[in-house]
Design a protein around this ligand. Structure first.
Ligand code: PLP
Ligand code: COI
Length: 362
């Protein structure tokens, strides 16, 4: 791969952020971009000013959805250090998605170096208030202008950066979730374990209907029988029963969350009985009725750890922990964010530091 070309705007320090950043609404000044063509492979890596994309109306991904994306975060510590959380894991998952979607894989080491260059240039854009961070969105799309259904022969990879606050309007307050049994998001052997737009498109209608009924998110059941719980629209799900903490085992239709992996590792280290297995929705209802359900939380990059205060299935409304944040969710939130913001030692080697360096502005 040839070296990255830098085409930079004057970068500003003292960027002022709105009080409530929300999620994914503002973007930094620069993006990373590179191209793929058959025979040439990935080439032309460049960091350049953010601008609209010139897109031919026949561009393949618009019609057939051949695209993948990732979502990770960078943080600024109290000492002004810049940290990216587990970027290697996200690039690895991006390549897993790429294989399933007939998209050419990327060199994970090169991607990490490119990301560090971009984040270094945009380090003043990393917000520092509570729950704030820099959301990193790498994505790849099929770029051929062609209306036939086959994998594109050319692709574009872009990394876009967005300063963000809490994903849910509730912040850390417990959220309300509707267990969805009318529509399905993904099926085993389908695309569920990939981070690809189709899964999110499949979730929109149910999400909108749930929102109208006062729910923040939908908990999806398996696509075949609607019997087993799978995941939330943007999070993996954990349930704390009295004797065990459970999460649905990866089965091909669930996204293998990096936060999920982090949570499992922490729970194991805390000697908790964490089990990855099939969980029927009937078991959840029965154990709730038996007074055995002590807490429910979701986890994801955008959402971090989010307590679930209310779960509804058909006409059954379940108030979890009286609608208060669960103790375990609070402990995990505290542990993970303390590591991410550099307040606790990184004993797992989860953090990638972005060294401060000057880049010549052209
Ligand atoms: N499930 C879905 C459908 C998601 O979009 C996400 C967010 O990326 C997750 C789970 C959590 O995954 P991660 O922790 O890697 O962000
Ligand atoms: C994430 O947590 O990174 C997500 O992908 C959630 C959503 C913004 C798609």
């Amino acid at each position: 791969m040839e070296p990255i070309t830098f085409q930079l705007n004057e970068t500003k320090s003292n960027i002022s952020f709105p009080d409530d950043l929300g999620f994914g609404k503002i973007f930094t000044n620069h993006i990373f971009m590179m191209d793929y063509n058959e025979g040439k492979g990935w080439h032309n890596p460049i960091i350049k000013p953010l601008e609209d994309l010139p897109i031919h109306p026949a561009t393949m991904f618009i019609h057939y959805g051949q695209a993948i994306f990732e979502g990770m975060k960078a943080y600024k510590t109290a000492n002004d250090e810049v940290i990216i959380f587990r970027p290697d894991q996200y690039f690895k998952r991006m390549n897993n998605s790429a294989r399933r979607m007939c998209i050419p894989e990327v060199d994970e080491k090169f991607m990490l170096d490119a990301l560090k260059e971009l984040v270094n240039i945009e380090r003043d854009w990393i917000p520092t208030k509570e729950m704030e961070s820099l959301y990193i969105r790498p994505f790849i799309y099929g770029a051929d202008p062609f209306l036939g259904v086959n994998p594109s022969k050319s692709y574009k990879l872009i990394i876009l950066l967005s300063p963000v606050g809490a994903y849910y309007p509730e912040g850390f307050k417990p959220i309300k979730i509707l267990i969805q049994d009318e529509y399905v998001r993904a099926v085993r052997k389908g695309l569920g374990e990939c981070k690809t737009p189709a899964n999110y498109a499949a979730s929109l209608l149910a999400g909108e209907q749930a929102l109208k009924q006062g729910y923040t998110q939908v908990l999806w059941l398996d696509g075949v029988e609607q019997k087993y719980i799978e995941e939330v629209g943007t999070m993996n799900i954990f349930i704390k029963f009295k004797d065990e903490v459970v999460t649905p085992k990866l089965n091909g239709s669930i996204l293998p969350g990096i936060t999920r992996k982090t949570v499992i590792q922490l729970l194991q280290e805390w000697n908790m009985n964490i089990v990855e297995r099939e969980i029927t929705v009937d078991e959840v209802v029965e154990r709730f009725d038996a007074g055995d359900l002590a807490g429910v939380f979701g986890c994801g990059t955008a959402a971090v750890i989010s307590s679930v205060g209310w779960l509804t299935y058909k006409n059954k409304k379940m108030a979890i922990n009286n609608g208060e944040p669960g103790e375990l969710a609070l402990k995990l939130f505290d542990e993970i964010t303390s590591i991410q913001y550099g307040l606790k030692e990184d004993t797992h080697n989860w953090l990638t530091h972005v060294e401060k360096k000057e880049v010549v502005v052209s």
